[in-house]
Ligand binder design. Sequence first.
Ligand code: SF4
Length: 107
Amino acid sequence: MSGPPPAAAAMSRSVRRDPRFREAMVARTATTGWRSAGLCLRHDPELFFPNAAEDPAPALAICRSCPVAGSCLAAALDAGECDGVWGGTTPEERRRMRQVWVAVAPV
Ligand code: SF4
């Protein structure tokens, strides 16, 4: 039998169904013009880099209303960003997404 183990396949399916991931696939761009439209520019940057004891929810809530969240997440996945909130995701969420991203959207 070939293919990924069942747990890996289930994770891959879960990631592929995630609307944030799907939006990132569509909004991926080699340009960086989207950055100037990010809602985070209107907020304290520290909010988007919470330490382990801080809640990322306020930053995630801002990202949910951001018009460039897809491009932002795509850039973070392309770059393998390990820190901070990007495109409405936490570092842990991106670690899972990145495994699928590099398979379906090679850099
Ligand atoms: S999605 Fe979040 S981190 Fe990315 S540009 Fe928008 S507000 Fe900033």
